[in-house]
Design a protein around this ligand. Structure first.
Ligand code: HSE
Length: 317
C-alpha cells in the first residue's frame, strides 16, 4: 500500500538585518514542491530521490537536503519506512533565498503528514539538519520560515529549536534584487566564515534591541520602524558587505524610490527592500535593478509574505 503527499515551500530571506540566524521572512518570490510516497513496510529505513525537476533542478545539487531531512525525520520519529521523493525546484540556489532550506521544509512537511508526526520542534530539527548539508552547520531560520510561513523568530530552548510566527500587520511587500551568483557551491559556508567569533556585549545588546524593534514594528504595522530596524545590524552586515556586489548603491536607490529599508537577504548576494504596497515595491525593484546595472546581471522580483509548507500539505494515493 502506498500513500503520497505533496507540499509547497516558499523562498525566504533570513536575518533581516540584526536578526542573524533568528529571524526570517517567507515570501512568494519562488517556490519548491516535494511529492513524497511512503511504503509502510517496516524493516529497512530508506529515502530515495526519484526525480528532481523544475527550472532550478540542474543547479540544485540533486536536492540532497530533502533526502537528508527526511532521513533525520524518520530517525527522530523512530519510524522505519521506505520513502520516495520527487522534487520540483523553483527557488534558485546560492542567492540567499533559502533554496536548500525550502526543499528540506517541503520534504519534511509532506512526510510528516504521512507518518503522523505533528511535533513542530521535531519537524524543524529534521528540516534544519537536512539543510545543514548545504550550509555546513545547522541554522534554522530559513527552514522555520518555509515551514511555518510569514515572519518567524527561531531560537534554541532547552536544546531544541523553537520557532514562532510573528503576526504581521500592514500591507508588507518586498522587492528582491536577485543577482546571478558568483558562487553557488559553499557560498553560505564562505559567508559565515567572514563573521566575527565574538562581539562586545554593548554591540550585541544594540543588535538584539533592534531585532526586537523590528518584531514590534511587524506586529504594529509600522513599516517605517521595521525598515529602520532592518538597517541597524552592526555585526553581520558590515562583515559581509564587502562581498555583496553593489550593496550600498542598490540600498540607496531603494530608499530614494520610497522603500522603508533594505539589507542583505540571508547570506546574500540578493538584497531585500521593504515597501508598503505592490506599487511602491515595484518602484523600488526597478530602482534597485537600475543601480545594479554596472555590477552584473540580475533581476528584480516583488513578493508578499508566503504561507508555510505545513499549511500546504495534500495527501493522496
Ligand atoms: N542566517 C544564515 C546566514 C542564513 O546568514 O548565514 C543563510 O542561509
Amino acid at each position: 500500500l502506498t500513500l503520497c503527499a505533496r507540499a509547497t515551500a516558499y523562498s525566504s530571506s533570513a536575518n533581516l538585518g540584526p536578526g542573524y540566524d533568528v529571524l526570517a521572512l517567507a515570501h512568494t518570490a519562488f517556490q519548491d514542491r516535494v511529492e513524497a510516497c511512503i511504503a509502510r513496510a517496516g524493516g529497512e529505513r530508506r529515502v530515495e530521490i526519484v526525480s528532481v525537476e523544475g527550472p532550478e533542478a540542474e543547479r540544485s545539487g540533486g536536492a540532497a537536503t530533502a533526502g537528508r531531512a527526511v532521513e533525520e525525520l524518520l530517525g527522530l520519529a523512530g519510524v522505519h519506512a521506505r520513502v520516495e521523493l520527487r522534487v520540483w525546484k523553483g527557488i534558485p540556489p546560492g542567492r540567499g533565498l533559502g533554496s536548500s532550506g525550502a526543499t528540506a521544509a517541503a520534504a519534511v512537511a509532506a512526510v510528516s503528514r504521512l507518518i503522523g508526526v505533528e511535533d513542530a520542534s521535531l519537524l524543524l530539527e529534521a528540516a534544519g539538519r537536512g539543510e545543514a548539508v548545504a550550509a555546513g552547520q545547522p541554522h534554522y531560520d530559513n527552514v522555520a520560515a518555509s515551514l511555518q510561513g510569514g515572519l518567524v523568530a527561531v531560537a534554541p530552548l532547552s536544546g531544541r529549536p523553537v520557532a514562532a510566527r510573528i503576526p504581521l500587520r500592514g500591507d508588507l511587500h518586498v522587492a528582491l534584487l536577485v543577482p546571478e551568483p558568483y558562487r553557488v557551491e559553499g557560498k553560505t559556508r564562505l559567508m559565515r566564515s567572514v563573521l566575527p567569533g565574538s562581539v562586545p556585549l554593548q554591540v550585541a545588546a544594540r543588535n538584539y534591541g533592534r531585532s526586537l524593534l523590528l518584531v514590534a514594528a511587524a506586529c504594529s504595522g509600522s513599516l517605517r520602524l521595521l525598515g529602520e530596524a532592518l538597517m541597524g545590524d552592526e555585526i553581520v552586515e558590515p562583515a559581509r558587505a564587502p562581498l555583496i556586489p553593489c550593496l550600498e548603491p542598490v540600498r540607496r536607490a531603494a530608499l530614494e524610490a520610497g522603500a522603508y529599508g533594505a539589507t542583505i537577504s540571508g547570506a546574500g548576494p540578493s538584497i531585500i527592500a521593504v515597501a508598503g504596497s505592490r506599487l511602491e515595491a515595484e518602484r523600488a525593484g526597478r530602482a534597485m535593478l537600475e543601480a545594479y546595472s554596472g555590477c552584473g546581471s540580475a533581476r528584480s522580483i516583488v513578493a508578499v509574505p508566503a504561507p508555510g509548507a505545513l499549511e500546504s500539505v495534500e495527501v493522496y494515493g
